[in-house]
Write a protein that binds this ligand. Structure first.
Ligand code: APR
Ligand code: PHB
Length: 391
């Protein structure tokens, strides 16, 4: 086979890139190791920056999002069992946010790719990237026992944190920056009406979060230790613990019900530099992981794809490689902005096992200052709402 761009990985980053390239007439093939059903079943984040909303609309996948997504003014933080403050992105940045699940976005992207006749290969095994620094790179894989090969001009590595693309950059040519946090999030999904607002809690029992997917689908999390066994957490224990981490009025307002999904996610920050090597360009979780606090993971995948699709389209349509050459630096500036913010919000809202009395008071003081200072809050809202894309 032959195409212009091989996209390794058919998660949100790979599908969105495929869609945007196809819209501009740039031929591409997506090569995904799992089945479509498997990709669609993954439950992940659900908060979109307005810049992401605009990119999705521009990519022709905004219709259901605009119908079903919940537009809101930002999220709240409760702390010390009583104080409540709002990261009001509409007030401080003129930009609202939207709650709309990644699962739905992936469904919308698959529907759009099907409608345009996009080529997606599923269950590609042993995917390998070749000749990345030459003029004609290629990708090999096996499908149904047979070896296949796709020749191309460029490879987009959109295959997530555990994919093969990042590891195809030789060891000496890449630097990795990592921070592993000493706790995880135990999360559930339940078919109950969510609270009207997304609310983060800093409490002495640990962090908690009330979030939402739609009018009848709620997402909740509690901070847990890394050795937590999910079997020790039947629904009633989860609900009790969640409510214990919120002030009484909010706890009383939480509508409980059976969980339809329950999982534990460890928290990690990770960035690889550079995000390009020869004719390989990384986007999304293949290049970076942020802890979920602040919901930046999906938004970063979308901004990487915005930059990369612009760069590839400029190459094919105008013969201009300036954006391809600056892709890694430009994407990394935004990635580090979000990586720093996610680390900061994680540090502000969680209880750390080694946190001493001084650290606790400093954390409380930071929340008090955030409540008191409009200029500090504005800087936080600017980042929560999402930094602008570079021109
Ligand atoms: N070959 C082909 N495909 C692969 C390979 C491989 N060797 N390894 C992994 N994949 C596929 C996975 O099966 C998955 O479908 O690549 C896809 C990567 O998708 P995601 O992990 O969802 O990553 P990305 O598209 O970058 O989306 C980032 O996901 O984790 C969240 O918070 C994150 O919301 C953000 C989003
Ligand atoms: C979620 O809804 O899954 C979510 C919301 C806000 C976050 C993180 C996750 O900061």
């Amino acid at each position: 086979m032959k195409t212009s761009v091989v996209i390794v990985g058919g998660g949100p980053a790979g599908l969105l890139l495929s869609q945007r390239l196809h819209q501009q007439g740039v031929e591409n093939i997506v090569c995904e190791s799992q089945t479509r059903e498997y990709v669609l079943e993954r439950i992940r984040a659900g908060v979109l920056e307005w810049g992401s909303v605009e990119v999705l609309r521009d990519s022709g996948v905004g219709e259901r999002m605009d119908r079903e997504g919940h537009v809101h003014d930002g999220s709240d933080i409760v702390w010390a069992g009583q104080h409540r403050l709002k990261m009001n992105t509409r007030k401080f940045t003129d930009r609202p946010m939207m709650a709309y699940g990644q699962t739905n976005i992936t469904e919308d992207l698959y529907a759009a790719r099907d409608a345009m006749g996009g080529q997606i290969i599923h269950q590609a095994q042993d995917v390998a990237l070749h000749d990345l620094t030459g003029d004609r790179p290629f990708v090999t894989f096996t499908r149904a026992g047979a070896q296949e090969r796709i020749d191309c001009d460029f490879i987009a590595g959109c295959d997530g944190f555990h994919g093969v693309s990042r590891r195809s950059i030789p060891d000496g040519e890449r630097s990795e920056y990592e921070k592993v946090y000493p706790f995880g999030w135990l999360g559930i999904l339940s078919e109950t009406p969510p609270l009207p607002d997304i609310i983060y809690a800093n409490t002495e029992r640990g962090f908690a979060l009330c979030s939402q997917r739609n009018a009848m689908l709620s997402r909740y999390y509690v901070q847990c230790t890394l050795d937590t066994d999910i079997n020790d957490w039947p629904d009633d224990r989860f609900w009790r613990e969640l409510k214990a981490r919120f002030p009484k009025d909010l706890a009383d307002a939480i509508v409980t019900g059976p969980s339809i999904e329950k999982s534990i996610a460890p928290l990690r920050s990770f960035v690889v530099e550079p995000m390009a090597y020869g004719r390989l360009f990384l986007a999304g979780d293949a290049a970076h992981i942020v802890p979920p606090t602040g919901a930046k993971g999906l938004n970063l995948a979308i901004s990487d794809v915005f930059y990369l699709s612009r760069a590839l389209c400029a190459h094919y349509r105008q013969g201009n490689d300036a954006y391809l050459e600056s892709y890694s630096d430009m994407a990394l500036r935004r990635v580090w902005g979000a990586a720093r913010f996610s680390w900061w919000l994680t540090s502000l809202l969680h209880r750390f096992p080694d946190q001493g009395a001084f650290d606790l008071r400093a954390q409380q003081q930071e929340l008090a200052y955030l409540s008191a200072s409009e200029s500090y809050m504005k800087a936080v809202c600017e980042q929560y709402a999402g930094l602008p894309f570079e021109v």
